[in-house]
Structure formats: C-alpha cells, structure tokens
Ligand binder design. Sequence first.
Ligand code: ZN
Length: 191
Amino acid sequence: MLLHFIFVIKDTDLGKRDKEFEYVKQMANFYQKWIKEKFSIEFDIKCDEMITKPRKFFQRLDTHSLAQDHKQRDKDTYHFYLCHFRPLWTDCTCEGYHAENFGMIKWVIPEDPNNTTFLAQRNCVVVSHELCHELLRQVKYKRYIEDVHDIWTQHYFNDLSFENYDQHFEKTLEEPFFQTIDISSFTLNKN
Ligand SMILES: [Zn+2]
C-alpha cells in the first residue's frame, strides 16, 4: 500500500517553499515508521508537489477537486494533501478533512521555514489527527471519529501532552521535530 503526501502550493510560491517540502519528506518517513508501530500497517511512502494556478472564483480549488484528483490518480492509493487553503466543510475539530484513502489539512506556512518546532506543532500534529481517523477506520475501530476528537479536546483543554519526537524519530521531552496526538488510550486489535 502506498501513502502519497502531496504538497499543494501556489505557482507564485514555486521555489520559495523548498525547505518546507524537505520537512514534508522527512515527516513522511517519520509517519511510515509511526504508522507501522501504532497500527501495524506497512505503507510505502511517496512525496510530490502539486502546483496550483490562480482560478476564477467558481473554479476554486476545494476539497471536492482534491477528491477528484485522488480518484483520477488511483483510488487505491492513500493520498494526503497538504494545502494552502482550508476545507470548505469538515466534521473535524481541526482544519482538516478525511475520507476513504483521502486526507487533507490546511498547512500553516511558517514565517521562518527553518522553524521545525512550528511545523511540528501546527502542521505535523494535524496530519496525525487525520491519519488517525482513516487508519482507525481501516483497522475497523468503531469510534474512529469520536475518540480522535475526544483526545484532541484533551490535548487542547485538559493538558494531555502531545507526543514529541526528535529528528531521528525517537521520543523526546525537548522541543518536537515531529508531533502527534497520543493514541495510547485506544485499544487496537493488532494482527
Ligand atoms: Zn477529526
């Protein structure tokens, strides 16, 4: 199975966001390992950039056009879009959206692209939120929406700590290079 991260950038930003894309590639490798550990699912990983051109209002790029893109590419591949816009509609408590083999988040652009702590705390952790919905669904976990949202609330309002990882994918108590939600309270039936 393939997990394909797609970094969606405006054509005017071409060449200006290479450092962030480097982070995306490292994050993809991190999630390959994290998913194997947490969900016992093995993915191959791929990363690409997708360049968008300015569009007229009625042709605006939105979740629907991304879902079309996903189906046209290969609906059996898990496509995950990291976008410069937010989903028009979502049932999530973050700026992301999930469906079968499909994920998207609004990627928050850092003022300083070298600020990996910002990237971890604003983007990487939101990716883990959407990954969890879809992966829990895949392992037939019933409350794959509610439980993720309960944990998300606990992280933001009840002082539950996020999981922080360093550049080498090891757990750390220092500033995170990667950050995820804590799913240790979920009971998964691993094969
Ligand atoms: Zn959600």
